[in-house]
Write a protein that binds this ligand. Structure first.
Ligand SMILES: Nc1ncnc2c1ncn2[C@@H]1O[C@H](COP(=O)(O)OP(=O)(O)OP(=O)(O)O)[C@@H](O)[C@H]1O
Length: 229
């Protein structure tokens, strides 16, 4: 069996000095799609941040795409983030830069130099998210759903082993949320591994995936019939 993409054992998740989720045991294998649910303030974002190196793992063990979270050095964080695609609720695009420029910025920052290859890669990811014809637009000219498509394209640039999506539909209306979810599903079907924090029960009910819940400071897997909170 292939090594898991993510493996946490007895991991404690902190926000500064506060223990938010204790004793997390979690294995995510290649090709999995997991939802991460839980009430506001339960610690979903804190867990996500720990996984991409924004919050340090203080106790327990954690391996993610071959990086040891317990022993993560500052200089390793950019390399970890090259192997993870991160999608945020608020898109985090460079607003007064074009769609193409947003993606080019990431490729150049991660060592891509060849102009032809950069252009090909950007075309490839924009095609995947249905935004190829809008490459010249400024990010601020796009709708929320379009911005999230570009942010998903950005997450795909370095062919990540794991996509972490933290409330990717949180700023979108219900119809646009469904469209973005269809896109994430397609990306999953193409072989990608995804962990997605969400509050959106419309999506959980419509698109069935394995589900993790954070409640009362603990993380556990729940069955598909998740009731609305
Ligand atoms: N920067 C911070 N400094 C200190 N405490 C924080 C910080 N960010 C969050 N917290 C606290 O940590 C706990 C977990 O917050 P977190 O953002 O992980 O929850 P969440 O489940 O992602 O919530 P939401 O669904 O609202 O995004 C909360 O009690 C929150 O108040």
């Amino acid at each position: 069996m292939e090594k898991p993409v993510l493996h946490l054992e007895n991991a404690d998740i902190y926000q500064r000095d506060n223990l938010v989720i204790s004793n997390v045991n979690l294995t995510i294998n290649k090709g999995d799609f997991y939802y991460l649910i839980g009430k506001t303030g339960s610690g979903k974002s804190s867990l996500m941040k720990t996984l991409y190196g924004d919050i340090r793992l203080q106790s327990g063990t954690g391996m993610i795409v071959d990086f040891d979270l317990k022993d993560l050095k500052d200089k390793e964080i950019p390399f970890l983030r090259r192997k993870i695609g991160i999608v945020f609720q608020d898109f985090k695009l460079l607003n007064d830069t074009t769609v193409f420029g947003n993606l080019e910025f990431v490729l150049k920052a991660t060592g891509w130099k060849n102009k032809v290859e950069i252009k090909q890669k950007i075309n490839e990811v924009l095609e995947k998210v249905g935004m190829q014809s809008q490459y010249y637009k400024m990010a601020f000219e796009l709708s929320g759903g379009e911005q999230q498509r570009v942010a998903i394209a950005r997450a795909l640039l370095n062919d990540p082993e794991l996509i972490l999506a933290d409330e990717p539909t949180g700023n979108l209306d219900p119809k646009t949320s469904l469209e973005v979810m269809h896109l994430l599903n397609e990306i999953h079907k193409s072989g990608k591994t995804i962990l997605m924090a969400t509050h959106d029960y419309q999506l959980i009910v419509k698109f069935k995936h394995k589900t993790l819940k954070v409640e009362a400071g603990e993380l556990f897997e729940v069955s598909q019939q998740v009731k609305s909170e």
